[in-house]
Design a protein around this ligand. Structure first.
Ligand SMILES: NC(=O)c1ccc[n+]([C@@H]2O[C@H](COP(=O)([O-])OP(=O)(O)OC[C@H]3O[C@@H](n4cnc5c(N)ncnc54)[C@H](O)[C@@H]3O)[C@@H](O)[C@H]2O)c1
Length: 344
C-alpha cells in the first residue's frame, strides 16, 4: 500500500525491537528509520535494510516524511524526546511511563495541542481479555457500588535486572518500581475506577539497597474520588520469578478476582444474575530472558495508531490518561518522601 503510515523507532532495546517487529508485521504500517545511541551490531540488529541513526535529531532531519516516532528509550528521556518529535510535527507513540513527573507530561500535552499532533501512551495491558472484560462489567455497573478494590503486584527484579551502569535503578532514568514495573496496573486501576485521594503508604527497600535508592516494597491505601476505597501492595523482592499481579473487587452486587502472574486468570466471578462468559486466550508475557514483563499486546498498540491516523478509531490511551498515571504515581511517591525510613 502506498499510503502506509510511516514509523521510526527510537531506542532499540528489549521493547524497541518489539515495536519495530510489530510495525513490520502491520500491512498498513511501514518502518522507515531506526535510532539508538549504540551501534546496530551492539544491539544485535542483523539487517541493514532500514536506515539507522545515532541521534533522534539526525533521524528527524533525514526523514521529514515520517508520520510517527515511537519512543522506546529509558523513562527519563521520554518527555524530552517526545517534545523533540512533536516539535518536528510528528505523532508520537511513547512507552510507559509517558514522563517521570506531571509537569513534563503537561508540557508534552501542551506541545501536542500546539502542533496538532497525537500522543499515544503505551498501556498494552488494557488489551488483555481479563482487563477488557473487567472494563465492560464495571461500565455496565454489574457490581453496583464499588466498596473495595485491592491490587497485588509481586514481581522479581534482582541483580540479573539491576546491572551496574544500566538505567534500571537510577532515580533520574528509571524513577522507581511504580513507574517502571507497575504503571500498567496503576493505569488499569485508573481506567476502571478513576482517580484516587487520601493516599497513605508504607515503603521499604529490603533487597535492593546495593542496586537502587528507591523502595522495593510498598503498601498503599487510598480512597477513590468516585467512591469506595482501595489498596495496592507491591514488591520486586520476590525470589527468582514473578509471583502475582492480581485485583480483587468487592461491590454491592458481586465480587470479582483476577489473578495469575499477569492479571490474566479469572479466579472469582460471583455476580448477581450474571453467568461468567468464556474469556479469549491471552497473549504470553514479554520474555526478556532472565525476567518477564507484561502481556505482549504491542500489535494492538500499532494497529490503534494506524487506525486512528486513518480516521477509523480514536487514541486508545491518550496523553491525558498517560499524564494521570504519572500524576497518581507522583502523589504516591510524595507519601513515600514523608515516610519515616526507606531503608530497612
Ligand atoms: N510496555 C511494556 O510492556 C514495556 C516493556 C519493557 C519496557 N518498557 C519501557 O520501554 C522503555 C525501554 O525499556 P527497555 O526494557 O527496552 O530498555 P533497554 O535498556 O533494553 O533499551 C533502551 C534502549 O534505548 C537506547 N537509548 C538510550 N538513550 C538513547 C538516546 N538518547 N537515543 C536513542 N536511544 C537511546 C539504549 O541504547 C537502549 O538500546 C522504558 O521506558 C520501559 O519502561 C515497556
Amino acid at each position: 500500500m502506498s499510503n502506509r503510515v510511516k514509523f521510526a523507532v527510537v531506542g532499540l532495546g528489549h521493547i524497541g525491537k518489539r515495536h519495530a517487529y510489530e510495525i513490520s508485521q502491520n500491512d498498513n504500517a511501514k518502518l522507515v528509520a531506526l535510532c539508538d545511541i549504540l551501534d546496530p551490531q551492539e544491539l544485535g540488529l542483523t539487517s541493514d535494510e532500514v536506515p539507522f541513526y545515532r541521534s533522534l535529531s539526525d533521524l528527524l532531519a533525514a526523514h521529514p516524511d515520517i508520520d510517527v516516532i515511537n519512543i522506546c528509550t529509558p523513562n527519563g528521556l521520554h518527555a524530552s524526546q517526545t517534545l523533540e518529535a512533536l516539535e518536528a510535527q510528528k505523532h508520537v507513540v511513547v512507552e510507559k511511563p509517558m514522563a517521570l513527573n506531571k509537569q513534563d507530561a503537561e508540557s508534552v500535552i501542551l506541545k501536542a495541542l500546539q502542533v496538532s499532533r497525537k500522543v499515544f501512551a503505551v498501556m498494552q495491558n488494557r488489551y488483555s481479555p481479563s482487563v477488557k472484560w473487567l472494563k465492560q462489567i464495571i461500565a455496565e455497573k454489574r457490581l453496583g457500588r464499588i466498596f473495595m478494590v485491592q491490587m497485588n503486584c509481586f514481581w522479581n527484579r534482582d541483580d540479573r535486572y539491576y546491572k551496574a551502569g544500566g538505567w534500571h535503578g537510577s532515580p533520574d532514568m528509571d524513577g522507581g518500581v511504580l513507574f517502571t514495573q507497575f504503571s500498567h496496573f496503576i493505569d488499569i486501576l485508573y481506567w476502571l475506577f478513576g482517580d484516587i485521594c487520601n493516599i497513605k503508604g508504607n515503603f521499604g527497600n529490603f533487597a535492593h539497597q546495593h542496586s537502587t535508592s528507591f523502595e522495593d516494597v510498598g503498601s498503599i491505601i487510598f480512597d477513590f474520588v468516585n467512591g469506595g476505597m482501595g489498596s495496592i501492595n507491591y514488591s520486586t523482592t520476590v525470589w527468582d520469578k514473578n509471583l502475582e499481579s492480581s485485583i480483587t473487587i468487592i461491590g454491592e452486587k458481586g465480587s470479582v478476582k483476577i489473578a495469575g502472574q499477569y492479571m490474566d486468570k479469572l479466579a472469582v466471578c460471583h455476580i448477581e444474575g450474571y453467568d461468567m462468559p468464556e474469556l479469549e486466550a491471552i497473549n504470553p508475557p514479554n520474555d526478556y530472558g532472565s525476567y518477564k514483563g507484561s502481556a505482549s499486546n504491542h500489535c494492538h498498540v500499532i494497529d490503534n495508531v494506524v487506525q486512528t491516523l486513518n480516521g477509523s478509531t480514536k487514541v486508545a490511551t491518550n496523553a491525558f490518561e498517560g499524564m494521570k498515571v504519572v500524576d497518581i504515581i507522583e502523589r504516591i511517591y510524595r507519601v513515600r518522601g514523608a515516610s519515616e525510613s526507606v531503608n530497612r
